[in-house]
Design a protein. Structure first.
Ligand code: PBG
Length: 342
């Protein structure tokens, strides 16, 4: 047999680095930070080993720890001191994200991105204002403790257009506090355009928007919802987040965000949706971000704890795969661990 094509020729140790197509660097990574207005002490997040909710006073110290690993960008999530039906603490000037952002941007050189959503701030845990129908259902939950909600039409839960005004206020308050970039995550129709308009009207035309452009209604967000105390108190998010079965729909979603002025396009989750990352990479010129979510992190930790996987190796391989699929930026709970070893 005459074998002339031998791909193994390029796999010797000397040449592997020269022909490597993909690289992960600390500059690609964005580390999530949870700031909690209800605590004076750092609180470990059980289902996300190595991560904590920190009080506002510790936000700068937390960000410095991240920067020491070489990661320069953070995304800030807030747990407010109180919640109400409209999530008013989300756009308060003295809100948890606003206070933390002010300190972080005053005292560090980190690039600060803020998550713009209502679910951590509303007493019902949905990502927007409830419709009157949904409010009635909420009252029923509150008075009886339970509700038969699964047969209700979920499209009626969140009032889309009333929510847009609130998202604009939140984003503007974050920018006023010094946020370098805002990242709307609610999957509310028109959110990017509404936020762009509010930011521009307030003189923040240079603050970019990283849209959670194709965000799926995923079961991989479980640990995050514990961490950020943002689980819906009734129903679920399937009426605003995307159906995991749909890939072509992602293109339509992303196109809308591009038309409304999104600067960076995010796909979320990452690993189970690499087909979507790849398609968005091919179809748009914009920077593409992927969110390697809490469940993707927790499952590797759980398996490593049992001795079933090598944590360092699978964490790195995960991030490499997300980049190979086409992501330029990766939001990941592994940011510090991976960056430290690069
Ligand atoms: C808020 C938000 C969520 C996540 C990021 N922003 C939760 C959700 O949509 O339920 C999930 C992040 C993760 O799981 O790591 N809307």
């Amino acid at each position: 047999m005459e074998l002339t094509r031998r791909p193994r020729r390029l796999r010797t140790d000397g040449i592997r680095p020269l022909v490597r197509e993909t690289e992960v660097t600390a500059a690609d990574l964005i580390a999530p930070v949870f700031v909690d207005a209800t605590t004076d002490e750092r609180q470990p997040i059980e289902s996300m080993p190595g991560h904590e909710r920190v009080p506002v006073e510790e936000a700068v110290a937390r960000v410095e720890e991240i920067r020491e690993t070489g990661v320069e960008a953070v995304i800030v999530f807030g747990i407010p001191d109180s919640k109400d039906d409209r999530g008013t603490r989300a756009w308060a000037d003295d809100g948890v994200v606003q206070e933390a952002t002010r300190r972080i941007t005053d005292e560090t050189d980190a690039y600060v991105i803020t998550d713009v959503c209502l679910c951590e701030y509303t007493s019902h845990g949905h990502c927007g204002v409830l419709t009157s129908d949904a409010s009635e259902r909420l009252e029923a939950v509150r008075s009886s403790g339970t509700i038969e909600h699964d047969d209700e039409d979920p499209a009626l839960t969140v009032e889309n257009d009333d929510t847009l005004d609130l998202l604009g206020k939140i984003a503007t308050s974050h920018a006023a506090a010094g946020a370098d970039m805002v990242a709307p995550s609610g999957m509310i129709d028109g959110m990017v355009g509404a936020i762009r308009e509010s930011l521009d009207a307030a003189g923040h035309e240079n603050v970019p928007i990283m849209s959670y452009a194709a965000k799926y209604e995923s079961a991989f967000y479980g640990p995050f919802r514990d961490a950020a105390d943002g689980a819906p108190s009734f129903g679920d998010r399937r009426h605003y987040q995307m159906d995991p079965a749909n890939a072509r729909e992602a293109t339509r979603e992303v196109t809308l965000d591009v038309e409304q002025g999104a600067d960076v396009l995010m796909i979320k989750p990452a690993l189970p949706y690499l087909d979507v990352v790849s398609t968005v990479r091919q179809e748009y010129d914009h920077p593409v971000a992927a969110y390697n979510v809490s469940g993707e992190y927790a499952m590797l930790h759980a398996a490593a704890d049992r001795g079933w996987l090598d944590l360092e190796a699978v964490a790195y391989e995960s991030l490499l795969s997300i980049k190979r699929a086409g992501a330029d930026l990766i939001l990941t709970y592994f940011a510090e661990d991976v960056a430290r070893r690069l």
